[in-house]
Design a protein around this ligand. Structure first.
Ligand code: C2E
Ligand code: MG
Ligand code: MG
Ligand code: MG
Length: 282
């Protein structure tokens, strides 16, 4: 318990709050060390077309903590964003992803895969972000046409002009863009119209209850129709069942990602999965 006194000392008398703050501080300290200790790894989750054939993958970061085991990005990414550590972590992800792309470019059955990389708002807004991406491509030798960046609505919020300008610069290099978690943030049809996007990802929260919830069915149907009408590629995430797949297919969703096809796995496992026949739809 904090017992120090003084005019600017904050005192915490609630042991639960104190414990939580200490745990957070420890996690932050470990996160700072994680890059140099090489504790991050990328998992890859396959993305498929309407026939279930592999077309790409999403890179998903995992933290192999030396004593606590695997920590999910849902836990440490928010902390990384708050502390600014997302910037070096994000750079590491870009380099690791580009390295994987180069490996895939040498294999016949993986060379057409497009790899999607998640980018945090704070990372995207760094003044040298374009340089960072270009550098990862040049250092690795990866093709920019195989790299897709996933942004979220929080990247755009209040920064529409800057975001458009930066996306244009990156698109000039050959990189494509997806809007992640579409429909969950501060969506505005105004920016959807203006941003140079290639793809929207229907958030898994709309997919999960498709069978039970007619509102979700209406939303998903509408997102697909709108995306198509705007000339965007539409991918659904969180596709867990054959019924999910069938509904989305019937409404002409372009691409699919979810446990029904493949969980996030190692690159080697995903390569093997790419050779397996697609699951049946019937
Ligand atoms: P996201 O980008 O929306 O990624 C999709 C999440 O859904 C992943 O969780 C994935 O494992 C999970 N998922 C995939 N298919 C299914 C399914 O069929 N059912 C269900 N219930 N879940 C499914 P994950 O890997 O825990 O990542 C969580 C979030 O962490 C990501 O959401 C993304 O926002 C963030 N994240 C992950 N890697 C990175 C990264 O390298 N950089 C940044 N900035 N954020 C990352
Ligand atoms: Mg994503
Ligand atoms: Mg998502
Ligand atoms: Mg998400």
């Amino acid at each position: 318990l904090a017992k120090k006194t003084g005019p600017n000392t904050i005192r915490f008398y609630d042991p639960a709050v104190q414990a939580e703050l200490e745990a957070r501080a420890e996690l932050e300290r470990d996160l700072r060390l994680a890059i140099e200790r090489e504790e991050f790894v990328l998992a890859y989750q396959m993305q498929v077309d309407s026939l279930g054939r592999p077309i790409g993958a999403e890179a998903l970061i995992r933290w192999e903590h030396p004593t606590r085991g695997r920590i999910s990005p849902g836990v440490f990414i928010p902390l990384a964003e708050e502390t600014g550590l997302i910037v070096p972590i994000g750079t590491w992800v870009l380099h690791a992803a580009c390295k994987q792309l180069v490996a895939w470019q040498t294999l016949a059955h993986t060379k057409q895969l497009v790899l999607a990389v998640n980018v945090s708002a704070k990372q995207f807004q760094q003044p040298n972000f374009v340089y960072t991406v270009a550098n990862a491509l040049v250092v690795s030798g990866a093709s920019p046409y195989r790299l897709k960046l996933e942004l979220t609505e929080s990247t755009v919020l209040g920064k529409v002009e800057e975001t458009i300008a930066r996306m244009r610069q990156l698109k000039t290099l050959g990189i494509s863009f997806a809007m992640d978690d579409f429909g969950t943030g501060y969506s505005s049809l105004q920016y959807l119209k203006r941003l140079p996007l290639d793809q929207i990802k229907i958030d898994q929260s709309f997919v999960r209850d498709l069978h039970q919830d007619s509102d979700d069915r209406a939303i998903v149907q509408t997102i697909i129709a709108m995306g198509r009408a705007l000339g965007l590629n539409v991918i659904a995430e969180g596709v867990e069942t054959r019924e999910h797949w069938r509904f989305l297919n019937e409404h002409q969703c372009h691409a699919y990602q979810g446990y029904y096809f493949c969980k996030p796995v190692t690159a080697a496992e995903m390569e093997k999965q790419c050779l397996a026949p697609p699951p049946e739809m019937a």
